[in-house]
Design a protein around this ligand. Structure first.
Ligand SMILES: [Zn+2]
Length: 75
């Protein structure tokens, strides 16, 4: 192995790259996730968060409705 190829390897390894948002592993910058399992994890967590957000919205609107009801009854 010549010195230039070794340097090229280092460049390849530490060149433009990004980190997996799930496990934090370094990966090629053109990829979104390092592996299929990380992609699955991301999709699952995103779905959960969306569900959570919807429940929070419903809860908030429910609270507001109750507040208005109380104001209406007491006023
Ligand atoms: Zn990953």
């Amino acid at each position: 192995m010549s010195q230039s190829s070794w340097k090229d390897q280092i460049k390849k390894q530490w060149g433009p790259h990004s980190h997996c948002p799930i496990c934090g592993k370094a990966m090629p910058s053109d990829k979104q996730f390092c592996s299929q399992s990380c992609r699955d994890n991301y999709v699952i967590s995103e779905k959960k968060q969306k569900k959570k957000g919807r429940y929070q919205m419903i809860f908030l609107f429910g609270m507001m409705a109750v507040m208005f009801l109380f104001l209406f009854i007491l006023g």
